[in-house]
Design a protein around this ligand. Structure first.
Ligand code: ME8
Length: 546
């Protein structure tokens, strides 16, 4: 048969992932970083496994809340948000967030498209004018009826609400409610975790969906309604649209929209599930656009005494934490500590423990021990393996199933379990050292066996390093430097870990800095310091006893 190269070429599969767009605030804390770090890990994992990924984040810059904050700061809202957005981008740089696009809702590309969306709704009779009289929570930018209030406060954030009475445009949610309910019931993967789906059905859809107010007249900081300039478009309609306006929807160039929509995963915090699984899909239905495949509402990161607020100081400031522990450790902690979907508590002690146990002891020591033995017995050169014993086989078999196990868990956004699997393998490699006792083999002169054992360890470390990439983008490079393979990208990709034994013999390793020096907290609110090594402690003991 004729060779047909055209036929073999397959376009990579696409993967579109989004985070919510953030309210501009210079008080973003470690909880805010949670959504974005999780999305980044997913985006990196999909890139690693061969997908054409589009990862979107951005800022939600309009609305009454921002206008008030700008006024308080004595600034024009645009000037006010410009400064903060620069800071947010800097935070994402520090945390190694690899977004492909950053949308600001004050950009013309967004505003023009939102106006066209609003116009379309109006033209097809989805929007009508009436008077709104009811409650409004400005921090959440949400309309609430009497029934929804909890002790006269906002049910979502617990803060006071304001009475609002103004002329507004309303969106006929009721037109689409039955279709949405059917979609949710026929697509169990649409709202995740499943408990959030039941909440939406039982608390909002079944009791009957009220029409939604989609414009405001009592302040100016928003996108004007194109046919009625007294009104600005409700900030949630404006904000939710970002997921498609950023792709060029309703613009001259909608190639990205055609390529990437519908989104594969939209990650959000649990308090905004209602907006993303009721209003957002209904807007999309009204536009005649497909719904996202999955909306995942993750839990909250709490402090032991509940709320996370900036007054808790530097314990929760992501920039300070990154300076202390490095962004890789923070990313690891966030995804390992709390099962994705559940609430979890954040404390610096817990972060420190993960750093010292998982990263310094388990991962760091595996590399150190292996390279130290290689230096001692083989002048640091990767030896050729020969033969296989039962212990070797168990290690190799565990390595062989690891990529598919991790892929399965990652596809379900089970970050914590995926990392637990990887650490199980790291544990297995450490145990392999203890069981085989390479030092005994050296003593007995079993050179060939020793070569095999050290080769298997080095190859395991290489496989681990590639699997670490999505969560810890900086550490693998350091490992490759020490393994002497930094300049061999063919040994760093996904394909290269599907086969055990690609690490070439003869490579000169170069043990370097300790990956994660053990740290200890000295006092509350103080930066942790490197723990004294056993040698240093012994030396100090000797000095003291002199
Ligand atoms: O909600 N733990 O923006 P935002 C976990 N602009 N996640 C947390 C958290 C915590 N303690 N605190 C905040 C908005 N988050 C809207 C979105 S989308 C069209 C518009 C998460 O800046 C929160 O759940 O208030 C959300 O996913 C993200 O930070 C941004 O929150």
């Amino acid at each position: 048969m004729m060779h047909n190269p055209k036929k073999e070429f397959r376009m990579p599969k696409t993967f579109y992932i989004t985070t919510p767009i953030y309210y501009p605030s210079d008080k973003l804390h470690i909880g805010h970083s949670y959504t974005t770090v999780a999305a980044d890990v997913m985006a990196r994992f999909k890139r690693l496994t061969g997908y054409d990924v589009h990862f979107l984040t951005g800022t939600d810059e309009h609305g009454q809340k921002i206008e008030r904050r700008a006024t308080e700061a004595g600034e024009d809202p645009q000037v006010f948000v410009d400064g903060i957005v620069m800071w947010i981008k800097e935070l994402w740089r520090i945390l190694d967030i690899s977004y492909d696009d950053f949308i600001r809702t004050t950009e013309p590309r967004h505003k023009l498209s939102v106006q066209k969306i609003f116009q379309k709704f109006y033209d097809q009779g989805d929007i009508y004018k009436a008077k709104y009289e009811g409650w409004y929570c400005t921090p959440c930018e949400s309309f609430l009826n009497e029934r929804q209030l909890k002790e006269n406060k906002c049910p979502d954030c617990g803060r006071p609400v304001e009475l609002v009475a103004e002329e507004s445009y309303f969106f006929r949610m009721s037109r689409y409610a039955a279709r949405l309910l059917e979609h949710i019931e026929n697509h169990p993967e649409f709202i995740q975790p499943a408990s959030r789906k039941n909440e939406m059905i039982n608390n909002f859809l079944r009791p009957g969906l009220e029409d939604l107010c989609v414009s405001r007249t009592t302040f100016r900081w928003g996108i004007p309604v194109p046919f009625d300039e007294q009104h600005v478009i409700y900030v949630w309609l404006d904000a939710l649209s970002n997921y498609i306006t950023a792709l060029g929807y309703f613009s001259e160039d909608d190639a990205q929209f055609l390529r990437f929509w519908p989104a594969d995963v939209q990650l959000i915090g649990k308090e905004i599930v209602r907006f993303h699984t009721i209003y957002w899909p209904i807007f999309l239905m009204a536009l005649g656009v497909a719904l996202p495949k999955k909306v995942f509402g993750h839990g909250w990161l709490l402090l032991d005494d509940g709320k996370m607020s900036k007054s808790k100081g530097n314990v929760i400031d992501p920039t300070i934490l990154a300076e202390r522990y490095g962004s890789d450790a923070i990313r690891y902690f966030l995804l390992r500590e709390i099962p994705f979907g559940a609430d979890g508590s954040f404390s610096e002690e817990a972060l420190l423990q993960r750093h010292n146990f998982d990263l310094a002891n388990d991962l760091g020591n595996l590399l150190n021990r292996t390279l130290a033995m290689l230096g001692k017995y083989f002048q640091g050169k990767v030896p050729s393996p020969a033969g296989e014993e039962a212990g070797d086989r168990a290690l190799r078999e565990a390595a062989a199933v690891l990529p598919s196990k991790i892929t399965e868990l990652m596809d379900e956004l089970q970050f914590s379990n995926a990392l637990a699997e990887l650490w199980k393998f790291i544990g297995l490699a450490n145990k392999y050292i203890d069981d085989v006792a390479p030092w005994a083999l050296a003593r007995e002169g079993q050179q060939e066996r020793l070569a095999t054992v050290l080769y298997n360890l080095l190859e395991s470390i290489r496989i681990i390093s590639v699997l670490l990439l999505p969560v810890m983008p900086r550490t693998p490079e350091k490992i490759w430097m020490q393994l002497g393979i930094a300049d061999q990208p063919a040994l760093h990709n996904w394909q290269s870990i599907l086969e055990f034994g690609l690490l070439p013999a003869g490579v000169q390793t170069a043990p370097g800095e300790v990956l994660f020096p053990r740290l200890e907290l000295t006092g509350e609110g103080e930066a942790p310091v490197r723990q004294a090594t056993k040698k240093e402690q012994d030396a100090a003991g000797k000095r003291a006893s002199r």
